[in-house]
Design a protein around this ligand. Structure first.
Ligand code: PLP
Length: 437
């Protein structure tokens, strides 16, 4: 069996998937997702660990069910995400809402209903606090507060750093005493404190965040019983990248929480809310080569899915490992496994969108970076690895009116199951009104 990519997927499955459901298509791996959930749940901890999956990474209902069946709860970034998870059968009592939204009108009523059903509200601004305070008081609801630490965070790029003064997430540390004073006056308690410093980040920054956060839990949050260190656990998508060592991060958190107990007598439960770590390397995108072109600079392969399926390269210059699979299921080359060692050629791999940045690999200036692969034929497959997170959930869907593709889950029994159908054409226009002007 030939393996490639972080999930050790069988290349022979690729033509099988393509023949059954067409390309492009997203592919997930249940065993991988379950394994990453179990790794997270096994992280060292002092007085208990609560893991929430940041569902923005991949919000598909089957993925949510696989994750929650493993015992993870959810972090939702919008009311719509919470409602979406609920429609997948997940109770609100298993969700926390960490949002930039300031719900009013109907949405406000919806938020109150969700909180009444057990959703944890993670207050992210002074205004959010002021607006929920009366309801929380009347219903004796304990709150969580997302704190903006006012310190450079852990994102892999400036656009993923949510700790610095150039990001606006959470109640800024400067405002924490004011919000705390208002809460005290109303008899409201913050039983949880939360900081998420960024995505895909540096483990050292994660450790620094633990120290800083425990510091302000001590100063400002006497009622806190849970401390959330957010997400941002790095996965290695490309060879040479270093995956977060979650055992050592857990051991560090455990030690610091034990020291906190020694100083204060308080036993804090640790919470984390990774998205990337749970699903990123469970995913592949299967595309088919539909054309080849040659310019004075580049040998191009045009594949049938690009930025409308995976925007991370264009958005962040993110790298994803490329595997080339022949129509008969033979693996021709795999960047992740670095095979074969020689005889590779440079190709610019681009999608079908009318956008010169529609490529699987770009530098920070947006120039296409050629990928070293075995030379394929038209009809062969380009499989893009590490695409389980922030791909389906984050794509400029329907750009150039390309339909959102379907998704397949490889079950832990090895079966291939379609978990989402490809959009039909009517869905592209279903909300448009037939107005003649
Ligand atoms: C509040 C919050 N928590 C958790 C995450 C998950 O981060 P990651 O996918 O890097 O683990 C994010 C990502 O943006 C986030 O905004």
């Amino acid at each position: 069996m030939t393996h490639f990519g972080p999930t050790k997927l069988d290349a022979a499955l690729i033509p099988n998937i393509a023949q059954q459901w067409g390309t492009p298509i997203y592919l997930h791996d249940q065993a991988y997702i379950e394994n990453s959930c179990q790794q997270l749940l096994g992280m060292p901890n002092a007085f208990g660990l609560h893991v929430r999956y940041a569902m923005k990474a991949n919000s598909d209902r089957t993925v949510l069910r696989v994750v929650t069946n493993q015992g993870l709860d959810l972090d939702c970034s919008s009311l719509d995400e919470a409602a979406r998870a609920h429609s997948a059968g997940i109770p609100y009592s298993r969700m926390m809402l960490t949002t930039q939204e300031v719900p009013s009108g109907e949405e406000r009523a919806e938020l109150e209903a969700m909180i009444t059903a057990g959703l944890k509200y993670n207050v992210c601004s002074m205004l959010q606090f002021k607006l929920i305070a009366d309801f929380a008081k009347a219903n004796r609801v304990d709150l969580s507060m997302r704190v903006h630490p006012g310190a450079a965070g852990g994102g892999e790029s400036a656009t993923r750093d949510t700790g610095s003064e150039y990001s606006c997430f959470g109640v800024h540390l400067n405002d924490v005493p004011k919000v705390k004073a208002m809460a005290d006056e109303l008899g409201l308690r913050f039983t949880q404190v939360h900081v998420h410093i960024g995505s895909g980040g540096d483990p050292e920054k994660w450790r620094q965040n633990i120290d800083r956060e425990l510091g302000f839990v001590k100063t400002y949050f006497p009622d806190a019983v849970t401390v959330s260190f957010g997400g941002g656990l790095k996965v290695a998508r490309m060879p040479g990248e270093k995956q977060a060592d979650i055992n050592s991060l857990g051991a560090y958190a455990k030690q610091r929480i034990e020291e906190f107990k020694a100083e204060t007598g308080r036993e804090l439960v640790m919470e984390i809310e990774p998205g990337t770590f749970v699903v990123a390397n469970s995913g592949h995108i299967v595309t088919r080569i539909i054309d080849k072109k040659l310019t004075n600079e580049l040998n191009f392969l045009i594949v049938d899915g690009g930025m409308e399926l995976l925007t991370r390269p264009l958005l962040y210059g993110s790298e994803h490992p490329i595997a080339i699979v022949r129509q008969d299921g033979t693996l021709l080359s795999s960047e992740y496994d670095q095979t074969p060692a020689g005889g590779l050629k440079s190709f610019g791999i681009v999608g079908r969108c009318c956008e010169s940045g529609d490529s699987v690999r770009l530098d920070n200036d947006g120039n296409i970076v050629p990928v070293l692969i075995a030379e394929p034929e038209i009809g062969d497959y380009v499989v893009i690895g590490g695409t389980g997170a922030y791909s389906e959930s984050m794509s400029p869907e329907n750009y150039n009116s390309h339909r959102k593709p379907g998704a397949v889950m490889k079950t832990k029994g090895g079966e291939l199951v379609l978990i989402r159908k490809k959009q039909v054409r009517a869905q592209l226009t279903q909300n448009e009104l037939d107005v003649q002007l």
